[in-house]
Design a protein around this ligand. Structure first.
Ligand code: COA
Length: 415
């Protein structure tokens, strides 16, 4: 079966996490992703956080599957010549260098357009246009400047960054959508265009509910859906939410059996209004069903702490999986806190191709996260990451270089 992006050639100048997330996604959808790496060194993550000496790290291997690797010294005159040929015949150039690096290499937007007017040039940067546009940015910086950190954590503690890499992988996802959209528009216009995904903007997009809350808070002075209400007083900015669901249905993380020794023996419980009666029956508080202090969502808001405390008395008598099984029977939304250890061995995630084991010639078998987006006509086959420069000769031959020319480029140190 063909793949959705068959025939799309991507010149992949990405490194670390944000850009590689984007191009790996495009590769899973069938694009030919040619990762351009520095001669002899490659993507810096190849040797960061190594767990096996001399083997590409999991950091690298889990973000660069399904790609081909070529090494080109893009600061070498002959290397630039190779790059020009690749630019002429590829559809998309993706990069997440520090601001200005591509221009310093000699490949400004104007130059790329002159070489290939159909080329889409897609970039991740830390910030969009403005006072910080020249700054380098990493994941946690993005979480802080995008509004996420100020709203994460507990009200009596400092800002907290999330384990979900919303700055890097989140922005990579945004960029991938921008690229596919630009490819679609090119069908009609015949022209390439610039695509920019700034990490601050990407994080803010994922945090838009917090900007919603900022405006609600400014108008009303309170956020009633937080269980700490009415015990907490609210300041001028949206506070850290703790484990409040932040939506229209109150939720909290509750202890389950074994919480004293197992840091993940907890369940997320949503006291969804449509199933309130069932919740009351399950925890043995039938009197709450019609009681004016508890019968409606608004009446319950100032009592959320007490309500979740009562529900916790019920969850603490069960393991998180037992609680999940019972709550599901009553259609009560909930979710156990799964550790990465539990996720790594989850059979259904393996069966759906979301957790995949691949074989690597140096490191052997490793687990990776497969494509979270499933297309019925474009199934993803997850493949291992390439070795450094594994495909240099193959790719250059496809772009018209003879065996002798490739040899000469190598001797000159250009590839
Ligand atoms: N051959 C020769 N030189 C190469 C090369 C190649 N194949 N590929 C890259 N280089 C050079 C670049 O031209 C650049 O040189 P210059 O600084 O002389 O212009 C240099 O390698 C390093 O690029 P840079 O992006 O500045 O790397 P860095 O390690 O200093 O910074 C980041 C890393 C992530 C902070 C920075 O790239 C950045 O802010 N990127 C945008 C935001 C982003 O994606 N952040 C998240 C990363 S997960």
């Amino acid at each position: 079966m063909g793949k959705a992006l068959d025939g799309v050639r991507i010149l992949d100048f990405t490194h670390v996490q944000s850009g590689p997330t984007c191009t790996q996604l495009l590769a899973w959808f069938g694009a030919d992703v040619i990762k351009v790496e520095r001669v002899g060194a490659g993507d810096i993550t190849r040797d960061q956080l190594r767990d096996i000496p001399d083997a590409d790290s999991l950091y690298f291997t889990m973000l660069n599957g399904n790609k081909r690797s070529v090494t080109i010294d893009t600061k070498h005159a002959q290397g630039k010549g190779v790059l020009e040929r690749l630019i002429r015949d590829c559809d998309v150039l993706v990069e997440n260098f520090a601001p200005g690096a591509l221009e310093r290499m000699g490949f400004s937007w104007e130059r790329i357009q002159a070489l290939n007017p159909r080329m889409i040039v897609a970039s991740v940067k830390g910030f969009g246009p403005g006072p910080y546009e020249d700054c380098k940015v990493y994941e946690n910086v993005a979480q802080c400047v995008g509004g996420a950190a100020s709203t994460t954590g507990f009200d009596d503690g400092p800002p907290v960054v999330s384990g979900a890499q919303i700055g890097d992988s989140g922005t990579g996802l945004h960029l991938a959508l921008g690229i596919v959209t630009a490819l679609y528009q090119r069908v009609h216009t015949g022209r390439g265009q610039k695509v920019l995904a700034a990490m601050q903007d990407g994080v803010l997009n994922l945090c838009r509910v917090k900007l919603r809350d900022q405006q609600r808070l400014a108008r009303t002075g309170v956020m009633k859906e937080y269980p700490q209400y009415p015990n907490a007083s609210f300041g001028e900015a949206v506070p850290r939410a703790g484990n409040a669901s932040g939506g229209g249905q109150p939720g909290w993380i509750l202890k389950c059996r074994g919480w004293e020794t197992d840091p993940n023996a907890y369940i997320y419980f949503i006291a969804q209004a449509p199933v309130w009666e069932r919740i009351c029956k399950l925890i043995g508080r039938e009197e709450w069903i019609d009681h004016p202090d508890y019968a409606t969502p608004n009446a319950r808001l100032p009592r959320l702490k007490e309500i979740f405390g009562e529900i916790e008395c019920w969850t603490m008598k069960r393991s998180k999986f037992e609680a999940m099984a019972v709550l599901n029977r009553y259609d009560i939304p909930c979710g156990p806190i799964l550790s990465m250890k539990e996720i790594a061995t989850d059979e259904s995630l393996r069966a759906s191709g979301t957790i995949v084991e691949v074989d690597h010639p140096v490191r052997g078998k490793y687990l990776t996260v497969g494509n979270p987006i499933k297309l019925s006509d474009s199934p993803t086959e997850v493949m291992r990451s390439p070795l450094l420069g594994e495909h240099t000769d193959e790719v250059l031959a496809e772009f018209g270089y003879s065996h002798d020319e490739i040899l000469a480029l190598r001797v000159a140190g250009a590839i």
